[in-house]
Design a protein around this ligand. Structure first.
Ligand SMILES: Cc1cc2nc3c(=O)[nH]c(=O)nc-3n(C[C@H](O)[C@H](O)[C@H](O)COP(=O)(O)OP(=O)(O)OC[C@H]3O[C@@H](n4cnc5c(N)ncnc54)[C@H](O)[C@@H]3O)c2cc1C
Length: 263
């Protein structure tokens, strides 16, 4: 059931989904759940008409990273962008608090912090809603980060698409271990001129923002890099990181780059 729905910007929502009559399983920060609605569910106002209508009665299901702490277990929070032509998101965006939807009972995924050595510093790079798993990680572990340095690099089109901005800025101010940097790619569309950097999130990495925040250079020996969201960003970052000696992690060959592709 939808417990809360916050419109962050047009086409961008934070929703809290509470299980109705069953208990959420334990999960690790960074994992995802599956949400679903039947094709008969109405689509929101600002969506495109569907080209291909799904079979009646067959649930349209998609994966969503959990943004809430793994300690808060009464609800799961999700950070979702509207794909106007999409099958599920126009239907999810039409839901209001109290409405029901399907949530899979299994929470899975390998995009979790235990992939990286427990003492390595962390650079968490996201485009758009790729920030969701990092919110769960930070909300779960930032207070106990200890000596570990953590940086979030976030890219979006506009300043109003930088979700969780105030929470991240507050974390940056309160925690000496944490650095937050955001960048936007369409500064010309800002009604009030944007004082921050413009370009792609990869530019924040290339311009040494993490080193400026931490006071030392992130290297494959001292840092794990997580990449989440747009696959083009991920490919570009894997290339840039590869030039600096970072390798993509796999079960067979351990490395320092961990990826979650949203499509
Ligand atoms: C492990 C995992 C976790 C995910 N977590 C999230 C999440 O936390 N928040 C979220 O919004 N999406 C997330 N996604 C994407 C999500 O599963 C759906 O693909 C997305 O919501 C579109 O569904 P749809 O049915 O509306 O569109 P579809 O009809 O399935 O159309 C898919 C197309 O939409 C575009 N697209 C998909 N996801 C995004 C996105 N996030 N931003 C911009 N364009 C997109 C791509 O062009 C893709 O080819 C995740 C995907 C995976 C695999």
């Amino acid at each position: 059931m939808i417990q809360q729905r916050i419109e962050v910007a047009p086409g961008l929502i934070v929703v809290r989904v509470a299980p109705d009559g069953w208990e959420l399983p334990e999960f690790a920060a960074g994992q995802f759940a599956v949400l679903g609605l039947p094709p008969e569910a109405p689509r929101c106002k600002h969506s495109d008409p569907e080209e291909e209508v799904s079979k009646p009665g067959r649930l349209i299901r998609r994966a969503y990273s959990i943004a809430s702490s793994s300690v808060a277990r009464e609800y799961l929070e999700f950070y979702i962008t509207l794909v106007r032509s999409g099958g599920l998101t126009p239907r999810l965006f039409a839901l209001q608090p109290g409405d029901r939807l399907w949530m899979g009972p299994k929470i899975t995924g390998n995009f979790t912090l235990d992939q990286a050595p427990a003492d390595s510093n962390l650079v968490l790079v996201a485009t758009g809603t790729g920030l969701a798993p990092y919110m769960s990680m930070l909300r779960t572990m930032l207070p106990e980060a200890g000596e570990r340095r953590i940086a979030v690099l976030l890219g979006a089109r506009h300043s109003w698409d930088l979700g969780y901005q105030s929470e991240l800025v507050t974390m940056d101010r309160l925690s000496g271990a944490f650095t937050y940097r955001a960048i936007i790619s369409r500064p010309a569309e800002e009604p009030v001129s944007w004082a921050g950097p413009s370009g792609y999130v990869q530019d924040l990495w290339r311009s040494g923002e993490v080193e400026k925040g931490w006071g030392f250079e992130p290297t494959p020996e001292n840092t794990g890099v997580f990449l989440c969201g747009n696959p083009a960003m991920i490919d570009d970052m894997v290339g840039a990181l590869g030039d600096q000696g970072f390798r993509e992690h796999s079960r067979k060959e351990p490395g320092e780059i961990f990826v979650e592709r949203y499509w």
